[in-house]
Unconditional design. Structure first.
Length: 198
C-alpha cells in the first residue's frame, strides 16, 4: 500500500529547507532546483507544491510570520509575574535572541530586500508590516492598560518608535553581533520600555 503523504507537512519541510538555503547561501540561491536538492526531492516533485520561486518564497515567509504569531498568542500571563517583564518578553518574539528567532529574522531581512525587486511579494510584506505594527501598538496599549505609562503619551509616535527600535536592533545584531550583542538587545529594549513608564 502506498505511503500517504501529509502535503501540508511536506510544504513546511520545503519551507524550512528554503530558510536554510537563504541563511547559508543568500536568497538568490533559494531556487526551486537548489531547494529541491536540499530536501531530497526532484524538481518536478517540488513544483507539485510550488510552481515558481516567488510562490516558494511567499509560503516560506508566511511560515515565518505564522510561527512568530503562534508563539505570541501562546504566551500566558502568570499570576504574580511582573507585568512589565511579561510585556517585554512578548517583544522578544520578534528579536533574534536565540537560534530559531535569529534564523527567522535573517530570512525575513533577506525577503524584505527581495520585495524591492519582486512586486509579487509586496502584498505579503505589507500585510506582515501591518501585523507587526499592530503588535507593537498592543504592547504600548498593554502598558497603558496596566497603568504603567507616563501621562499623555503620544500613542502613534510611541508605536512608530518601538517598531523602529526593534527593527534597528535586529539589523544591528545580525550585521554586527560582536558589537551589538544579545545582551545589548535585552538591555536596550528594557531601557526603552522603562522610559515609557512612570
Amino acid at each position: 500500500m502506498p505511503k500517504k503523504v501529509d502535503h501540508h507537512k511536506r510544504k513546511i519541510q520545503i519551507a524550512e529547507a528554503t530558510w536554510k538555503v537563504i541563511v547559508d547561501e543568500g536568497i538568490e540561491q533559494a531556487t526551486v532546483r537548489k531547494v529541491a536538492g536540499a530536501t531530497g526531492l526532484s524538481v518536478g516533485a517540488l513544483r507539485h507544491y510550488f510552481a515558481s520561486q516567488s510562490e516558494l518564497l511567499r509560503f516560506s515567509m508566511e511560515l515565518v510570520s505564522e510561527r512568530v504569531m503562534e508563539r505570541a498568542k501562546a504566551r500566558k500571563y502568570s499570576k504574580g509575574q511582573d507585568p512589565l517583564e511579561f510585556v517585554t518578553e512578548g517583544v522578544y518574539e520578534v528579536l533574534p535572541i536565540d537560534e530559531e528567532r535569529k534564523i527567522e529574522m535573517e530570512v525575513w531581512l533577506a525577503f524584505s530586500a527581495k520585495v524591492l525587486v519582486d512586486a509579487t511579494l509586496r502584498e505579503l510584506s505589507n500585510k506582515v508590516y501591518c501585523d507587526m505594527h499592530l503588535g507593537f501598538k498592543n504592547v504600548v496599549l498593554s502598558l497603558q492598560a496596566l497603568n504603567l505609562t507616563k501621562e499623555n503619551l503620544n500613542l502613534d509616535m510611541e508605536v512608530n518608535r518601538l517598531h523602529a527600535i526593534v527593527d534597528g536592533m535586529a539589523i544591528h545584531h545580525l550585521l554586527n553581533p560582536e558589537q551589538f550583542t544579545k545582551e545589548n538587545i535585552i538591555q536596550t529594549l528594557a531601557y526603552h520600555l522603562q522610559s515609557l513608564c512612570k
